[in-house]
Write a protein that binds this ligand. Sequence first.
Ligand SMILES: C[S@@+](CC[C@H](N)C(=O)[O-])C[C@H]1O[C@@H](n2cnc3c(N)ncnc32)[C@H](O)[C@@H]1O
Length: 826
Amino acid sequence: MDNDTRQIMATALGLSEYDLEEMMAEFSQLSTNGGSSVGVSSNETQSSGGLGAEEQTDIDGNGRQNEGGRPGPASPPSTSSYRTSLLHSLAQSRAALQRGVQGAVGLAILDPFNTYAGYVPHYSSTPLSKLCRIQLSEMQTRKVHKGHYLLCRLAAPPTRLVATQACIEDPTGDVCSLSIYNYPGTRLAPANVLDTIFPMGAILAIREPYLGIGLYNSDPFIHVNSPSDIVFIKPSDSILDGICWKLPIHISTPVPQTMCGWKDVGDGHFRLAQYFAAVIAYSNGLDLDPNAYVLQLNRAVAYLRLEYFPAALSDAEAVLPVKQLSNEMRAKALFRAAQAEYGLGRYQAAAVRLEESHLLNSRAPEPIAWLTRCEERLQEVEGKYDWVRMFEDAMTPGRRLDVAEYVGPIRVQPMPTRGGGRGVVTTRAVKAGELLLVAKPFVACFPEELSGSGDTMPTHLGQNSCRADAVSQLFVKLAANQELAPVVLDLYAGPKYPAPPSEYPPPAPTGIKPRDPRVFEIDLDIQQIEHICADALFIPETLNILEPLGTTVSRDPMKSASALYSLPSLFNHSCLANGSWSNFKDIMVIRAEKDIYEGEEITIPYADGPTLLSKAAKFKKYAFSCDCALCEADRRDGVALCRRREELLSSIPIPLEPRRIALRRARAILSDMEATYSASRGPVRSALARAHNELAGVYALEAQTNPSFSISSITENMAAIEALGIIILDKSTSGPLDREEGAVADLPVATTLTSVVDYQSCMLFSLALVSVFNTLGDVARAKRWFKVGLWLDDVSIGGGRELFNIRYKKMLEFLDISDLSRSVAL
Ligand SMILES: C[S@@+](CC[C@H](N)C(=O)[O-])C[C@H]1O[C@@H](n2cnc3c(N)ncnc32)[C@H](O)[C@@H]1O
């Protein structure tokens, strides 16, 4: 080993070069003395009686083949050079991490990408007490060691590439690389955070470990996918009875020995928003001094940030009875308790705590501000929202919305014909536009919230960073807040998993006690979680201000936001849905888009598209085919006509785009598009609507030189609106109005919205009509069609006139109808 390498290793491992030399000499001596007997063949393993014949198969718990190969020979090698090279590689990687270099070195041994392809993630569901110990030398590559656990010790400080990387040794002194995926609190974590979560010398039991082998080299490594497979073993645990570690351990990373030391570590992690590690550090401090109430209050805040509200409440409440507490501290504890109640959605209880806190310390401003927040939330649980404030908050970069959830007249009901067996129905008759649900996400990630590193996790969900981050957050949340697990784990995970229970919500957990979040009380099936995410992750597209010339927002699917919701994930899909969903940043709002009778199923559109073909591509991940009237009609029209429709559509500029096509071409497209729909199908023909609207736009341009084209433009836009399912009652384009201006009932359209699709386009086509009527000086008709637009927007988005004015301001200016809009009241 050259001097540079020695220095890098020594620094990264926190050893002096002398210690390093000594350590390596010790390993080398042990090895040459035959200090360990690893490297036995699979036959030897079998004959040793360590593993039964049945356990030799290369099948994980779900009966799937891993990495496509037979179990390999026993690994890892036991030579001292192997140990040295492993520690060297890890040390280089750790040094790079400390320098802030992502995934730069150490790939020869520690490349997790190397090993991921083709690997079926497994998890253990067998309690540690029912497993038998296995040694590294008895393990075989490409094999899940069912029925066994590996007792090991972290032999070097951990590092991180994509997974957390560590070097473990078993009691015999054999070493192996360990790759831990999905462990809470480790994503993008710096070295000192990893040291808190996986301190060197910590003893672990890895349940039913999988020994993988690199694709580019033959180095073995233990691959842990599910955090619950790792059990931290306390020194007093009886599992260690009779265990002797062959090698001495050199702890190179300093570990605090006092409560205050751990407080400092916890505070440091907290300042860097590493709340998971902060909780562990505070817990370590509390283990040393259970009466250290300052640590308990600090841990309560860390729990609050992790949104582990029951634990935060428990910590805050535990401090309240302390006798020597000053009023200021007691007020603080009450404030923390109030914040936890608030997080749990118990706003009344939060308000009581806040008042108590204020009485004890009237100088602290926060409780008063939070009291106002409680009052607002108490309005919201009744369904009364300040939509404009929500919209503005949603538009503010980096801000998440503070609102209460609302569950309207809906309930979950068994629906055996739907995948997952459940759906959502109304509990009473509901009118179009009624608010049905306002939901907060379980986890969410937006592109602007990602750190600049672009680090992505190679999950089975693809490389979308927001998705990867949302999944990673999910592990933190499930680890910290395991009582919430049923809310997530009872979501539909696809046909390969048993149908979830039909009761919703799952029974509320009781007897919650805060605990070290590294102690897993539930087994996390990583595959199930990824399947749930694949089925249920939404792409929350924040409501925006409408840009007249189209949006400049990137639609790169790899950069789209990602969020997981609970109750919204129980709505089934229909292309002709009677419910709509929209997002104020992370907050999802579901409304009735049509009148719905009592007990009728509420559906929402998961995705849209002009034909069955484009929808099929979007629905590939779901194992169902939509049986709505539109899809059935497309099936009857056949693939060739659907394909032709898609082709024609691609030759039309997208709505709001300034580009227009020639009049003759627009007419030809319309005529060809009409021919792609069989005469017998219903009125809803969304691709045809676009062709009509395009022709209307071309006519409107022509009308600038020849006003007689204006009426053609109006007629075409009316046809476009009809092709989206709206029934127009008054198609007149001039002359006296057949009805007086007035309430909604006097709209020129039927207010029954039985088979309307794409409200946003209906709305834009209505505004196009307003513009042409206004130019013609027909203010009465312009106002009536303006009301149609307002009404349609309110039905699908809500928020009333005030929100409409904000979102459509630029559009109204562009169409030169701002003055007209001010004179219209709905
Ligand atoms: C987000 S879940 C919806 C709730 C689900 N039904 C449950 O019981 O949890 C999506 C899954 O529901 C099923 N699903 C949704 N819409 C459906 C439809 N129109 N017809 C049949 N199954 C549907 C599909 O299996 C889909 O993968």
